[in-house]
Design a protein around this ligand. Structure first.
Ligand SMILES: Cc1ncc(C[n+]2csc(CCOP(=O)(O)OP(=O)(O)O)c2C)c(N)n1
Ligand SMILES: [Mg+2]
Length: 580
């Protein structure tokens, strides 16, 4: 090799060393901010981004459908308080991910959907580009914030804005639009490094006003029949010890919303979980901690809440506009849950009057009565199983394995499991959340396994599972310790409906009879088991959780056992026309 050729080669190498591009800037910006897992689906224009990210030490989990990747990112955000990152291709991939972004926003999970998009010049003139779509405009109304980056030098700032928007204040979903051209844009490497931003204190504490805390405590102190409602926001806050201390110091019965179960164990002496209707009806002062008065709490009014005007509400929430959203809040306390609870504990001092004995005794009596009434149903060993028999088995398993994460979706499968399966540790129950959305199952299960390293038990209605079922391949591919139990009752709510015309089509809520979902798992090298009794179910789940091997258990449930829409059938509109 001549000296001249050698020198040209060295010069080229030097020149390359001194340049960076959009691909690398994004990867460096993610790593700089500790965002080291990406959930996504590859394709133009982000295939190489995924490859390079993997090469640079980011864990890139490839899914079969973006909605599941997006749900994984959303729940990763809930579990870690850092935005979960989802990466999608333009237009259709983006739209597939968007449902999950909207779901994350509704549930207040921090998440960033990063999507490649097509050429702005062509998209804006609507000239028919490959996967043409004005993605930024479409994302905007469905998330907390949406940004587009056009210059490589702005990637650092763009990601910093996305992170802050996702986790500060009330967390939510953020969209980051990255047109294809951006990835290949080059710039000086040193300037590139300087353009990156490490976000300092992304979710600053929001300290409540002392006067607001005093107002709330004065009300609580005078209450005769107080109640604490713990919401998903309380679970998100990771202020577990302080919340437990507050509940215990106050001596007040507490009611956990679905994903707040386990913040204090459901078996805690102050738990009013099994006396829900009594406490909602009879309490005089209700303190909401990270719980919204939305449909899940009947908007704070109506029959559920007893006599109109019989309640006063204290609400602790990070979002000031949450106050009075459904009903008057007498004592609003605005701040992050951790700071608020700490302020309460401090102000309560050492002479806080503990529980009103009569009220606590009444709540406990009701709770114990309801638990005793349920007990024999949970021990039945019928075959085909009913929900209670099957759930009785799973309840014991969760009791013995309290650090396992329970993912749960369906109608009857959800509502009954929520009531039956006690939780013992915070953030171990992940479910359909604010929307009651089907399809979160496999995405949540995958992210739960990856983010926590704990075993996952996913209890799925057969319909619910179908929304994300193809991800069993992903579970097998990454060898995740996920055990899926399908409550197979041959359909949605029940498997017994009949087509009223007598024609050959099935009824609208009915699936293929006696399907074997376990075979799906076997197709990808996982373990598949078919069970028909609670004892078999228990053995199969224990074996799966001991082995840590991806497993799908097809649990045959009596098709007649369920009820329409589980526990929320009252929300179905009724036709006034007489049935023929
Ligand atoms: C995205 C979405 N689509 C549709 C629904 C309506 N929906 C509510 S529950 C449910 C399925 C219930 O059946 P299954 O999961 O089998 O539970 P089961 O009651 O039979 O135990 C459906 C389709 C929904 N909640 N979300
Ligand atoms: Mg079903």
């Amino acid at each position: 090799m001549s000296a001249m050729v050698k020198s040209i080669e060295t010069d080229t190498a030097d020149a390359q060393r001194e340049l960076t591009d959009g691909f690398h800037l994004l990867i460096d910006a993610l790593k700089l901010n500790g965002l080291t897992t990406i959930y996504g689906v590859p394709g133009i224009p982000i295939t190489d981004l995924g490859r390079m990210a993997q090469a640079e030490g980011i864990r890139v989990i490839s899914f079969r459908h973006e909605q599941n990747a997006g749900n994984a990112a959303g729940i990763a955000g809930f579990l870690t308080k850092k935005p979960g990152v989802c990466l999608t291709v333009s237009a259709p991939g983006f739209l597939n991910g968007l449902t999950a972004l909207a779901n994350a926003t509704t549930n207040c999970f921090p998440m960033i959907l990063i999507s490649g998009s097509s050429e702005r010049e062509i998209v804006d003139l609507q000239q028919g580009d490959y996967e043409e779509m004005d993605q930024l405009a479409i994302a905007k109304p469905l998330c907390k914030a949406a940004f587009r980056v056009l210059h490589a030098a702005d990637i650092g700032i763009g990601l910093a804005r996305a992170i802050r928007a996702a986790v500060s204040g009330r967390p939510g979903g953020v969209y980051l639009d990255l047109p294809a051209k951006l990835f290949a844009q080059v710039m000086d490497a040193e300037a590139g490094t300087k353009s990156l931003v490490k976000v300092i204190d992304p979710a600053p504490a929001q300290i409540p006003a002392p006067s607001a805390v005093k107002r709330a405590l004065d009300l609580l102190k005078d209450a005769k029949r107080p109640l604490i409602v713990l919401g998903k926001g309380a679970a998100y806050a990771q202020a577990d010890d302080a919340i437990r201390a507050l509940v215990e110091k106050s001596g007040i019965p507490f009611l956990p919303m679905s994903m707040a179960k386990g913040l204090l164990p459901d078996t805690h002496p102050q738990s009013a979980g099994a006396a829900r209707s009594t406490v909602l009806k009879d309490a005089d002062v209700v303190m909401l901690i990270g719980a919204r008065l939305n449909w899940l709490l009947s908007h704070g009014k109506g029959k559920t809440w007893g006599e109109p005007g019989s309640k006063k509400f204290i609400q602790i929430d990070i979002e000031p506009r949450e106050m009075d959203s459904n009903i008057e809040i007498v004592a609003p306390v605005v701040g992050d849950i951790g700071s608020c609870v700490a302020a309460f504990l401090e102000s309560m001092g050492s002479r806080w009057p503990t529980a009103r004995a009569e009220w606590v005794a009444a709540v406990n009596a009701k709770r114990d009565e309801n638990i005793a009434r349920m007990a024999p149903r949970l021990m039945n060993n019928k075959s085909p199983m009913d929900y209670h028999g099957a759930l009785g088995a799973l309840r014991t398993i969760v009791k013995e394995r309290p650090d396992a994460i329970l993912v749960n979706e369906g109608a009857n499968t959800l509502d009954l499991a929520r009531g039956v399966i006690d939780m013992y540790q915070p953030r171990k129950r992940l479910d359909v959340g604010t929307w009651g959305v089907m399809g979160i199952g496999m995405g949540y299960a995958i992210a739960a396994a990856i983010e926590t390293g704990k075993p996952v038990l996913a209890v799925e209605g057969d319909s619910a599972f179908g929304f994300s079922g193809m991800e069993v391949e992903t579970i097998c591919r990454y060898r995740l310790p996920v055990c899926i139990v399908i409550f197979n009752n041959n359909g949605i709510y029940r498997g017994t409906d009949i087509n009223p015309t007598g024609g050959p089509d099935m009824a609208t809520t009915v699936f293929v009879k006696d399907s074997r979902y376990d075979k799906m798992m076997e197709a990808f090298g996982g373990a598949g088991v078919h069970v028909t009794t609670p004892d078999e179910l228990k053995r199969a789940v224990n074996a799966a959780m001991d082995s840590g091997k991806p497993t799908l258990i097809n649990a045959a449930i009596d098709p007649a056992a369920g009820s329409e829409s589980g526990r929320i059938g009252n929300l179905n509109p009724q036709s006034v026309l007489k049935k023929k």
